[in-house]
Design a protein around this ligand. Structure first.
Ligand SMILES: O=C[C@H](O)[C@H](O)[C@H](O)COP(=O)(O)O
Length: 211
């Protein structure tokens, strides 16, 4: 599987155009992409990063990290996922970086998702759904999730790059991810939901195979 992650990370390089500012996700698969991107550092203008972890790796390779507020819309976003359904809808946030990832995905014309085959599912939800919450809303959101049949588990000890907490929801078979994403987005205290359904990936690379 880790070979597939490496193949996917390296295959995504073909979507990088000269002069681009590249949106960069977070995780072990993206780490391969960043390593490959280093070879193109003279040909791109820089990157917008979704986490402190990716920022450190980009800077180590001498790739300039830019503020999304100063770049405008990006042409390309490359990121991994925890699950991917046949409609390219995703669960993300296993590494707690979902909010910044979601912002950059929204700001990008093309979202290339890089995964290994273990991430492919027919129905999302076997991987517990990460939700970033404002700390004071943790119990409130936990109750709202339980009312909707989910089993909320606080990722104790994890603080996101934005200073918030993560609840992982077990036990949901997410047959209508767009509706669930919209429903959860209404709840005060939720910063973002790790469902990328309203804005799914455009292209998925499973290893070096495009689907
Ligand atoms: O918060 C983390 C991200 O959503 C990652 O893209 C996701 O967890 C997949 O990570 P990995 O490539 O390490 O399996």
């Amino acid at each position: 599987m880790s070979n597939e992650k490496k193949l996917a990370g390296e295959a995504a390089i073909r979507f990088v155009e000269d002069g681009a500012i590249v949106g960069v996700g977070t995780g072990s698969t993206v780490a391969y992409f960043i390593d490959a991107l280093a070879d193109l550092r003279e040909r791109i203008r820089g990157a917008v990063s979704s986490s402190e972890q990716s920022t450190a790796q980009l800077k180590k390779h001498g790739i300039e990290v830019l503020d999304l507020n100063s770049t405008g819309q990006l042409t390309l976003y490359v990121d991994g996922a925890d699950e991917c359904d046949p409609h390219k809808r995703l669960i993300k946030g296993g590494g707690a970086a979902l909010t910044r990832e979601k912002i950059i995905a929204e700001a990008s014309e093309k979202f290339v998702c890089i995964i290994d085959s273990s991430k492919q599912v027919d129905v999302l939800g076997k991987f517990p759904l990460p939700i970033e919450v404002i700390p004071m809303a943790r119990s409130l959101i936990g109750r709202e999730i339980a009312r909707r049949g989910g089993h909320p588990v606080w990722r104790d000890g994890v603080v996101t790059d934005n200073g918030n907490w993560i609840i992982d929801v077990h036990g949901w078979q997410i047959t209508d991810p767009v509706a669930l994403e919209q429903d959860l987005n209404q709840l005060p205290g939720i910063v973002s939901v790790g469902l990328f359904a309203r804005r799914p990936a455009d292209i998925v690379l499973v290893g070096d195979r495009q689907i």
